[in-house]
Ligand binder design. Structure first.
Ligand code: DPP
Ligand code: ZN
Length: 890
């Protein structure tokens, strides 16, 4: 595998000021003509003009109107190098004309231009543009694009590209064309093209300086009743970015196109976002509360990219977190401001633990700015995105909200229209705040999750509390890769913001008077540091890492009683939740150690704590209570075991969790019943915060009731589950169906069959049907997943189907994926091998399920190794998969 290194970055020898494209879509092929206005880069290294091109059939190549001859250029599988024009040296400025043919109908990778149900769609990030036209496909080449699209009018009435529609017309009897011009220079990964038959919802938005922006959401015919929420999310995002960051929309048109075949979530192409239907379409009876929230978040995310990503873009792909970490931070802030900030934060932290911490501990570990990669598509990771957002959040925490805003202003003043590095972003934050961030920069180059050790000590005689903090960060697989490549490894302590509160016995904050919200932000910059607090009237319980102020593992030996105190009184909602999670993990891991059988390991105090949270949820904040009552995920418990040097036992983890659920259901049945009754809906469905929280807690209660003994289950719970399968909203329906999917009862089959009959024509709902079955805890799930791959509802070419069935099984059903018989591993390998030639990006994502294989017992390891070696040994293995599997086998 060829590896690309950050240290090899060199500025381009040639710049492209303009690209004029002409794309003619025909039934048999698509012809793409490009006119590139080229200029020698005065700051470049000199040399030939290197263009990328992949699966392009070159038809014509000329320079300033002169056809090039063979000796003027070289062409291989992925590059076209222009050296001369008829033997003479290249002038400093010229226009290069190219004409190629491509075959979007057979493009199954969904990168470049491809066919989907309703027409042709493009995806260019990271390196899809080279599959459309010859071009230097690197983000530091920013050009002004114009694009003329030509196609059959009847089949493809909408012809869309970036920017403004400047002309259109007909061509003969059946064809038509449209010409678009984007007024802003952009890298080619932000180019987009759509030629399709779609319905459109139109609206408009007036920016604060009075620009009228025409908004349009395009969806497959017949789905207009499912795009209202997306449109309103877009308008909310536009006003929020004006208010919070002073950032306005800079175009007259903003279009969102939804397509059912899409590798990622969505793409921020300038003025023409292309979205996975999953993040656009919603109606109460087809979409869940979390679908609605995800639509808000992703619409906001792509919109926010217009400034953080498009106006200021990345110099090279190593800087991906420059735009992604920052934009995730921005979408999290948007969610926090428009929904509940506590619930938003809790959900982000949970996601970070489930997806990013294991990545940091596994064979693909990398810093938010890696220094090497074989396939850039493998680095659209939880680390680059979610940990990247945590790093931006730490800057925000350290310098404060106002300085952060000044830093953003300065970043745009300095870099608007440029392709820059993470370093430039940190420099703007440093200059705006005056805080020295040189040590903080280490977060950009260090992989792994640091351990933060805390020790508290109270001296009653002098009313002094002393907190000793130490940090450590063990080398990861990444350092090993650096070493193998002979690259320098960075060392030294990190700059960690530790938000701290001291909770007194009466529940009040000891630091209330000195610090806002009673929270003091400590800067841990050394390996070990002591922090002293005077005038503390009684022994406090320390609340460390409030708001999860740094992405670290906290080692703080607090007693059950101390955690219970925090659960009850901590003024920081995130740490109230965290205290509950720590307590629950402790109990569950005791259950694992006990073999998960009897219930002697379940302390009475834990049952009492759950009881209190339920009471609280019925009276106050149902959403927070629901979050508190979600037990730590099996993956999170697995990482805790691995972190302690233990072999992960997925069976014991599952059993321990299940035993605890049964125990709570038995002990607190009346309370769960009361919650279910009290939280019954009293108004028509709306995905608003209050209702979402009530539904979440009510369905959680129902889930616990379904863990009751058989008599109660049959007599009291089953009728409710079956009735709820016909609720008027998908949130309640899927909660009931998901619960039934875990139960070995006849009703399970009926409910699943009825659901499919009702929803078989609604692709996104069928995905849910696949997913509840893939994540079922019943024995034989691996076999059923395999059977479902043969069902007419499944299509291996459609990423959403693969994600719903296969990835859900591999990533969200750890007990069955890591089944002792190795069936889960074999299933994953079969899919990867079948998919990798068709769609390497999606295949590689499935392959990531093997990341933690070495943490299991020797029998499981040997099953996993067999499958990994089988994949690695296959011929013509895609680079994407080869990198993931190669690292896993290390
Ligand atoms: N840049 C996209 C996003 O994260 C993914 N390709 O929004
Ligand atoms: Zn993004």
């Amino acid at each position: 595998l060829d590896t690309i290194y950050l240290k090899d970055y060199a500025p381009p020898a040639w710049l492209i000021d303009k690209l004029d494209l002409h794309v003619a879509i025909h039934e048999e092929y698509t012809e793409v003509r490009g006119m590139l206005a080229c200029r020698r880069n005065p700051a470049g290294p000199g040399g030939e003009l290197v263009l990328d091109g992949e699966e392009l059939a070159l038809q014509e190549l000329s320079l300033g109107g002169t056809a090039l001859v063979d000796s003027d250029y070289t062409l291989d599988d992925d590059t076209l190098c222009i050296r001369a024009v008829r033997g003479a040296a290249l002038p400093d400025h010229f226009t290069l004309e190219t004409r190629v043919r491509i075959d979007p109908d057979s493009n199954t990778q969904l990168s470049g231009l491809y066919r989907s149900r309703d027409g042709y769609f493009s995806q260019c990030e990271a390196q899809g543009f080279r599959r459309i036209s010859f071009f230097p496909d690197r983000p530091d080449i920013m050009a002004r694009f114009s694009c003329t699209i030509e196609a059959e009018r009847q089949d493809f009435p909408q012809l869309l590209s970036n920017g403004n529609l400047v002309a259109s017309g007909t061509l003969g009897n059946t064809r038509h064309w449209a010409r678009w011009e984007d007024p802003y220079a952009k890298p080619c990964y932000l180019f987009a093209l759509v030629a399709a038959k779609l319905d459109m919802l139109e609206d408009s938005f007036v920016t604060r300086s009075g620009r009228v922006v025409r908004l349009a959401v395009y969806v497959e015919p017949g789905k207009l009743d499912q795009c209202g929420h997306a449109m309103s999310a877009l308008k909310k995002s536009m006003s929020w970015d004006e208010q919070r960051f002073g950032l306005e929309m800079d175009l007259d048109h903003y279009m969102i196109v939804a397509v059912g075949d899409f590798n990622m979530g969505a793409m921020e192409n300038k003025g023409l976002n292309i979205f996975n239907t999953k993040y656009v379409l919603a109606r109460p009876d087809t979409a869940t509360d979390s679908d609605y929230q995800n639509i808000d978040r992703v619409i906001a995310h792509e919109y926010f990219h217009n400034w953080t990503g498009n106006r200021v873009t990345c110099r090279d792909w190593f800087q991906l977190s420059l735009k992604e970490g920052l934009t995730v931070f921005r979408d999290q802030e948007f969610s926090a401001d428009t929904h509940s900030s506590a619930v938003t934060r809790i959900q982000s932290v949970r996601q970070l633990r489930i997806a990013q911490f294991p990545e940091d501990a596994g064979p693909m570990a990398h810093p938010i700015r890696p220094v090497s990669y074989a396939e850039i598509n493998n680095f659209y990771t939880a680390t680059v995105y979610e940990k990247g957002a945590e790093v931006v959040r730490m800057i925000h925490t350290l310098i404060g909200r106002d300085a952060f805003r000044h830093g953003m202003d300065l970043y745009f003043q300095r870099h608007d229209g440029q392709a820059v590095t993470c370093e430039d972003f940190v420099a703007a934050m440093q200059d705006a705040s005056g805080l020295d961030l040189s040590q903080f920069r280490r977060w950009y180059s260090r992989a792994g999750t640091p351990h933060l050790k805390a020790e508290g000590c109270y001296d009653a005689a002098v009313q002094r509390y002393t907190l000793t903090l130490s940090q450590s960060l063990a080398p990861t697989a990444y350092e090993q890769r650096l070493q193998d490549a002979g690259l320098a490894i960075e060392e030294g302590p990190l700059h960690i913001p530790v938000a701290l509160g001291l909770v007194l016995p009466d529940g009040s904050d000891a630091l209330e008077r000195e610090y806002p919200a009673g929270t003091c932000v400590l800067s841990l910059t050394e390996s070990t540091q002591r922090f002293v607090f005077d005038h503390i009237p009684a022994e406090p319980v320390a609340s460390v890492l409030r708001g999860f102020s740094a992405p670290v593992h906290l080692d703080f030996p607090q007693s059950d009683a101390e955690l219970a105190h925090l659960m009850a009184y901590d003024s920081d909602a995130c740490n109230r939740w965290e205290a509950g999670q720590r307590l629950a993990s402790r109990v569950l891991l005791a259950g694992v150690a006990a073999g998960g059988q009897d219930t002697a390991w379940i302390p009475e105090s834990f049952v009492a704590a759950v009881d209190r949270v339920l009471d609280d949820g019925m009276r106050h904040d149902a959403a927070l209570a629901a979050e508190a009552l979600i037990l730590p995920a099996e993956q999170v418990l697995a990482e805790e075991m691995a972190g302690r040097g233990q072999i992960i036992d997925p069976e014991a983890i599952h059993r321990s969790r299940l035993t605890l659920r049964h125990h709570l259901a038995a002990r607190l049945r009346d309370k769960f019943e009361a919650a279910w009754q009290a939280l019954a809906p009293s108004s028509p469905y709306a995905p608003d915060g209050l209702q979402v929280g009530r539904r979440a807690l009510r369905n959680l209660a129902l889930g616990y009731l379904a863990e009751s003994d058989e008599a109660y289950l049959k007599g009291h719970v089953m009728p409710r589950l079956m009735a709820q399968c016909n609720a008027d909203n998908m949130t309640d329906v899927i909660a009931a169906l998901g619960t039934l999917a875990n139960l070995d009862v006849a009703e399970r089959t009926t409910a699943l069959a009825d659901f499919y009959t009702r929803w078989q024509d609604e692709a996104l709902v069928v995905d849910k049907w696949l997913q509840v079955q893939a994540t079922s805890r019943l024995p034989g799930t691996a076999m059923r997943v395999r059977a479902l791959m043969g069902h007419g509802a499944f299509d291996i070419k459609n990423p959403n189907k693969v994600y719903a069935l296969v990835r859900a099984f591999c990533a969200a059903n750890p007990r069955h994926f890591h089944g002792a018989d190795g069936e889960g591993y074999r299933l994953a390998a079969d899919v990867i091998l079948q998919l990798q030639a068709m769609n390497p990006q999606v295949a590689a994502r499935i392959a990531r399920a093997f990341d933690r294989w070495r943490q299991f017992d020797s029998e499981r390891q040997s099953h996993a190794r067999t499958q990994l070696e089988r994949i690695q040994g296959s011929t013509n293995l895609a680079r994407d998969v080869a990198e993931v599997v190669g690292n896993a086998l290390g």
